[in-house]
Design a protein around this ligand. Structure first.
Ligand code: ZN
Length: 622
């Protein structure tokens, strides 16, 4: 069949070591992280707002020389693979594959054994199925005689062929089993097909039928340009007008914006992203050269959306077409913008226009001029509340009610006061009347916040992933003594000292088993290349050790022999082990002299030390 898609065979999990090496050498961590975090150069390193926890200061640091990242706020760290695994929630092979594709490195495709087949993660399988479905729908639109109707519809909406190609638009035929049969021929198991959300089990009998029928199909991509789900629009007036994939292991509408996978470059240039409400709105913007845009998928903007956008833009412009319902729904997310420190503006199109019709009638320049005149979210709320409630005494109180929560969520007191002043001047009410309401709302929010923070760690909400690293990493700072951490840092950064570490049995004096095992690992690696921090990080097991390694090597410390020796000497002198060695010697002497009193005292002390060491050890391994 002509439409047999490429890559219909699932890739195996097995990737040869030398390929991983090649990819690691080709990948640049600054470049990869820059896809998600706005980085600024600070000295030898780069820094930005951490994507793994909510913060206002840039504690997230990337070292191009060492090819690692580390956050001083939440202690997350690692190499380029760990970043993708953590950020995108992908498996290691998937992270390798993403980078291979990005840097144009071919990965060998192997014929798989049954065992290997079973190993492939479900996620990867679902992505492969989505890809096949996208190719099927696209082929149907372009080549199938059935697709003519859909093509005519797209033409009527003035969609250019280049846009159809860029977004791989497709067509689902008027058939109950077109896609199902196609995937069945590709030997896709039924249970996976169902999990992908593309087919639905019949209620009245056995079997499955296609979810999307007689619709234009929009593949939805994640930031890695993988197809994670689909949207479908009818060609006539039937309902529902739009249908989306259900939530699946790879598709979550609260974390995705349609079109954002193509938006990053222009977002970075302009520092701005437009948010529109539908597929066609987004495609219209692209058609007119506005690529820095994303469309919500039938949901209001969420904190997760903002978090994602923050990686490449500083300002959001919400584009609304004159109808009220959409505006009200979207303004519910105002607090999130302010909370996340994101500039947000509202751009209102003239009544009766959507981005598509506006662009067609007035063109890009008029669109941009309107964007320049967009108002801040707060003034927008004030204006729309004013329109709704009027300026009677009662109306003014209603306006203040509508504004109190957005205002209270502004952390920056200067900014908050600025808005409050603007409002009392405009409404002609007493400043006190506003301030009282806003302060009360702020106190309420603070109380809710504190309650949230004090909840036991097990109670983290599912969607609260920005806080998770804190919970996990809280203990890390206290691992080992300061000197022990310093010694590991020196071993990482100044390998010339390694012979001294061996000779003086420095690691034997370590109280922390974790740091000791890291030290031993460093010593066990014979060549310099293996000891390179980005390699070392991929050898250790567990997030904790990885984070420790990243945190100990990210700082640019100037080590020299003399300084290192000083640390080692100080450490050994203060070590409990050294004390117990000298104690053992004293005990021997006391025995020899038959000094019973002294012997009793010394033995008691030895016992005390043993007990306290044991306790310390238990604490460290807790
Ligand atoms: Zn962080």
């Amino acid at each position: 069949m002509a439409f047999l898609p490429r890559g219909a065979v699932f890739l195996s999990n097995f990737i040869p070591e030398e390929k991983i090496e090649e990819i690691k050498n080709a990948a640049d961590i600054v470049e990869v992280v820059s896809d998600y975090v706005l980085l600024k150069k600070t000295g030898k390193n780069y820094s930005g707002l951490c994507p793994f926890h909510a913060e206002k200061d840039a504690s997230f640091t990337v070292s191009p020389a060492k090819q690692i990242f580390h956050c001083f706020g939440c202690n997350t760290g690692g190499n380029v693979f760990n970043f993708l695994i953590r950020h995108d929630g992908v498996s290691f092979p998937e992270a390798v594959r993403l980078l291979a594709r990005r840097y144009g490195i071919d990965l060998p495709v192997r014929k798989m054994s049954q065992a290997m087949r079973e190993q492939i993660s479900e996620r990867e399988k679902l992505l492969a199925i989505n890809r096949m479905a996208m190719e099927y729908y696209h082929w149907n639109l372009l080549h199938d005689s059935y697709g003519k109707k859909a093509m005519a519809y797209l033409k009527k909406r003035a969609m250019e062929p280049s846009i159809i190609e860029r977004f791989q638009l497709g067509y689902a035929r008027d058939s109950w089993d077109g896609l199902r049969n196609y995937l069945q021929n590709k030997r896709v198991p039924m249970n996976l097909m169902e999990k992908s959300g593309l087919v639905i089990p019949r209620k009245s009998s056995t079997g499955y039928y296609d979810r999307f029928r007689e619709r234009i199909v929009f593949p939805i991509y994640n930031l890695n340009k993988q197809v994670v789900g689909f949207g479908g629009r009818v060609l006539d007036a039937s309902l529902p007008k739009y249908l989306n994939s259900p939530e699946t292991p790879v598709y979550s509408k609260s974390k995705l914006l349609y079109g954002l996978h193509l938006a990053r470059n222009m977002c970075r240039e302009t520092r701005t992203v437009y948010i529109v409400e539908g597929y066609f709105d987004l495609l219209a913007l692209h058609q007119y050269g506005v690529e820095n845009a994303g469309a919500t998928l039938g949901t209001a903007l969420t904190a997760e959306h903002i978090h994602m956008i923050k990686g490449f833009a500083e300002k959001v412009i919400l584009v609304f077409d004159g109808d009220d319902a959409g505006i009200q729904a979207s303004l519910r997310s105002v607090g999130i913008f302010i909370e996340k420190g994101m500039q947000a503006r509202v751009m209102l199109l003239p009544r009766g226009h959507d981005p598509d019709s506006f662009m067609r009638k007035y063109g890009l320049e008029a669109f941009e001029a309107l964007a320049d005149k967009s108002s801040s979210v707060i003034s927008f709320i004030m204006e729309s509340a004013q329109k709704k409630y009027g300026l009677s005494v009662e109306g003014k109180m209603q306006i203040i009610e509508a504004l109190k929560i957005p205002l209270a969520s502004i952390q920056d007191m200067g900014a908050r006061n600025g808005y409050i002043k603007e409002i009392w001047e405009r409404l002609g009410v007493k400043e006190y009347d506003i301030r009282e309401k806003v302060d009360a709302a702020a106190a309420e929010m603070q109380k809710a916040d504190a309650a949230h923070r004090n909840r036991p760690a097990g109670h983290i909400q599912q969607d609260d992933h920005s806080k998770r690293p804190f919970m996990k990493m809280g203990r890390q700072e206290t691992i080992g003594s300061r000197l022990e951490r310093q010694i590991i840092a020196m071993m990482l950064q100044y390998p010339e000292i390694l012979p001294d570490i061996i000779q003086d049995n420095v690691l034997d004096h370590f109280g922390s088993e974790t740091l000791k095992s890291l030290g031993n690992l460093i010593l066990s690696l014979k060549n310099e290349k293996d000891r390179q921090i980005s390699n070392l990080i991929s050898i250790v097991d567990g997030d904790e050790k990885r984070n420790i390694l990243a945190s100990l090597s990210i700082r640019e410390e100037m080590w020299n022999r003399k300084g290192c020796r000083k640390v080692i000497t100080k450490f050994i002198q203060n070590s409990p082990l050294r004390y117990s060695v000298s104690l053992t010697e004293q005990i021997k002497a006391a025995e020899k002299d038959n000094n019973q009193d002294l012997l009793f005292k010394l033995l008691q002390e030895k016992q005390n030390i043993a007990v306290s060491n044991e306790r310390q050890k238990q604490e460290l391994t807790k």
